[in-house]
Design a protein around this ligand. Sequence first.
Ligand SMILES: Nc1ncnc2c1ncn2[C@@H]1O[C@H](COP(=O)(O)OP(=O)(O)OP(=O)(O)O)[C@@H](O)[C@H]1O
Ligand SMILES: [Mg+2]
Length: 651
Amino acid sequence: LHPSPKRANDNEDDPRRFRMLIDAVVDYAIYMLDPDGIVTTWNPGAERIKGYTAAEVIGTSFERFFTPEDRRLGKPRRALETAGRVGRFESEGWRVRKDGSRFWALVLVDAIRDEEGRLVGFAKITRDMTERRAAEEALRDSERRFRLLVNAVIDYALFMLDRDGRVSSWNAGAERVKGYTAGEILGRHFSCFYTEEQRQRGLPERALETTIREGRFTTEDWRVRKDGSRFWANVVIDPVRDEGGEIIGFAKITRDMTEQREVQRKLEETSEALHQAQKMESLGLLTGGIAHDFNNALAAIVNNLDMAGRRARNDPTLARQIDAALEAASNAAALVKQMMVFARRQPIQPRPIDVNATVEGVVSLLRRALPESIEIAVELGTGVGRVEADPNQLQSSLLNLAVNARDAMPDGGTVTIATTRLRREATPDGAVPAGAFACITVSDTGTGMPPEVRRRAFEPFFTTKPVGKGTGLGLSMVYGTVRQLGGDATIESEAGRGTTVRMYIPAADAAAAALEPAPVETPTQCAEALRLLLVEDDPIVSMATAELLEDEGYAVQSAGRGDEALDILEDNPDIRILVTDIGLPGMNGHELAAAGRSRKPDLKVLFITGYDHTGAADTAAPSPNTAYLAKPYRPEHLFAALQQLCRAGAG
Ligand SMILES: Nc1ncnc2c1ncn2[C@@H]1O[C@H](COP(=O)(O)OP(=O)(O)OP(=O)(O)O)[C@@H](O)[C@H]1O
Ligand SMILES: [Mg+2]
């Protein structure tokens, strides 16, 4: 055993206990040196940390625990000198174990003096700090890496705010997203990233309050860049706390979502447009089918009523009743016609018409038709030019829009009808290509539509009006009209904010602008009683029409099919006129006419067009030997068409 040092402490009286204590300590190397640095005592902790046994080390210089570099620099000596001079030496540094490996040591050297103050040696305590140092190193490392990361992230603005909301750190992403350099923004309050209006609503303060209260704040909203431009931001704020849990600031992550938002919006818009187009398409098919069947039924009703009317001339009561029935039938026919227009199955006779002139014509009509409480404003653009359209359809579209505007303004207001020529991009669903359009706008200051009404307003039979007030066909007719013309219609409306409906119709090019005035006809009787062949597959319609024609003095032969009709034409060379439905089973009306004319080139043909006839525009080449008549028709129309054909042949 080694004698305990002479030093004033509690253990002086009990060297044995002191010895036991030191021997129990294994985490610290505790040993003594004589004034020259020779090891004089050694504890188990020293053996564990440095690897030497007491026997190996006692009596040797403590310099062996130093690295060769430190020895060369004279560090061991200086440690003892310092301890001798000031009483204590403290350092951290690399030390060497017996096996040559190094460890990071925390070293304390105390000078020991006897009663006379003479230096008798040193007490040395060494602690192995290798692990602690590694941990600290790792922490520093991760902090450094984190800083690198934060600055490498340029898609996110990552920055810190102090407790008052002033910017206290700023990364490269923040500079990129918000436009401020670190120098410009550090120390400024983060409310400068908000819009004026958001600041007035107290949003910056509220964001920090929420962060404190709920531990986190997230939002998506507009934010402002340095140059004043806005971007759509995804924002996350987290509180930053000290070890005691006190909030000392905030960490803020802001991401510029403008592009994503735009892409998302486009996607939604396109799929919505596509969905809408598909819905309209299937509604069109359905409506067209119903209208077709209805039309045939109406044709039979009208024809039979008409014949009954002729026979009831001597019975005024019956005649009146039949007239009333005819009136109702003609109202029904008007409705069916609107359905046909929506389904784009109404044969149209488009010709170049001047948009502004058409609008002016309708406006003069409206001035008389709309109540005085409604003001009409007209804004006709210059150079709007012409469109290829059926003037009647265009007029009734405008009337429909004006009537809707009137209904939306029961307490009065202003309806504005404007025209302009513009270039328009293709619609999202691609149905209407880009091009030059004449745009007719009808806006009102009325009740407007909530979104669910606006979305469905173009659908046929969609109405919010009470039974008997609206059929829900007005807007669907407008829609069908412009689509059939290769254009498009849009509704802009908000509940309480009025409505704007726009009709975009492809502009007709100047070459097609030659206007032909519609000839006014004065009906004249055909010079001779003509033989005609009537081809109609519906037996009821066929019978009724034949009777009508015979009543009028024509010699009628009937066929239900094209091949049957050709046989009759073959056997009866004196048949001069063919009256044929276009939609026939097997050979259609056009094919029949062509085959008939190959036998008899001057055969006159009156086509009766039902819903199957969508190509009137293409086939209506002005030929004196050809005419068209749309179902359902009044007998006068049929007779007039035939007379015109006769006259053309005679002239
Ligand atoms: N200018 C408008 N202001 C407010 N709502 C409108 C306007 N135009 C149309 N609507 C709404 O759209 C619905 C459909 O209009 P649409 O013209 O197709 O049919 P309708 O007017 O109800 O009946 P119809 O025109 O066949 O007599 C209307 O019932 C109404 O709710
Ligand atoms: Mg309407």
